[in-house]
Design a protein around this ligand. Sequence first.
Ligand code: ACO
Length: 215
Amino acid sequence: IQFELIPEERYDDVIHHLRHNFFADEPLNHAVALCRPGEPHAELEEHSLTTLRDGLSQMAVHVKTGQVIGVALNGIQHPGDLAAAQAKLQTMSDMKFRRIFDLLYGVNLDLDLFSQHGVDRIFECRILSVDKRFRGRGLARELLRRSEQTARDAGFKLLKEDATGLFSQRVAESLGLKTVHQVRYSDYTAKDTGEVVFNTPTPHDTLKIMVKILQ
Ligand code: ACO
């Protein structure tokens, strides 16, 4: 297995990997049944490609087959990005996608990590995904570890991840990221009906906003 920064000619392979391993499987996507394994998802693909174009993403490649078997898609967040993204979200038609990003954008807007840490850009790990056949072998940990190095090399002061499930939280904790805010999915209910919005699969019961200060 080889690790490297993701070049543009691999973007299609990354999307293929995500369709088969992330889009249906990530705990919030799974909770709302966003799509079936292998299916495309226009909004998530745009989100992924925008992130890839920041040029900070890492991939794991299975050398024998040349296949992309894991990715950490990392993007730069600037002040104002969240508010703009939230406004754009209101124009989207996919209500499942909106539900997920309503939670993520809302929590992050409230947190305002920019003023808290006195920074004007944040290195954000937005998507951490490993091929089902290669999970539980430390690939995600290595992808995030290399992402942290990429962030340091590019002079970022803050690394951040919205860890939506237990396994990504374990990975982040093992690399020293700290939880600065958390939401238990069972406490997150719809204003109008009072119903729990995300019935995530066990053992993924909490959203954790996790950060690491890079000195
Ligand atoms: N059961 C129990 N524990 C598990 C399992 C499992 N099925 N899979 C992984 N773990 C544990 C590992 O033991 C390890 O914990 P430890 O260090 O305490 O032993 C930890 O979770 C992660 O280990 P890795 O091997 O580095 O993780 P992996 O390469 O398997 O990838 C990932 C983890 C990316 C979360 C993978 O499960 C995946 O792609 N899931 C679907 C997409 C997803 O949920 N991504 C994260 C969402 S948050 C975000 O993207 C920013």
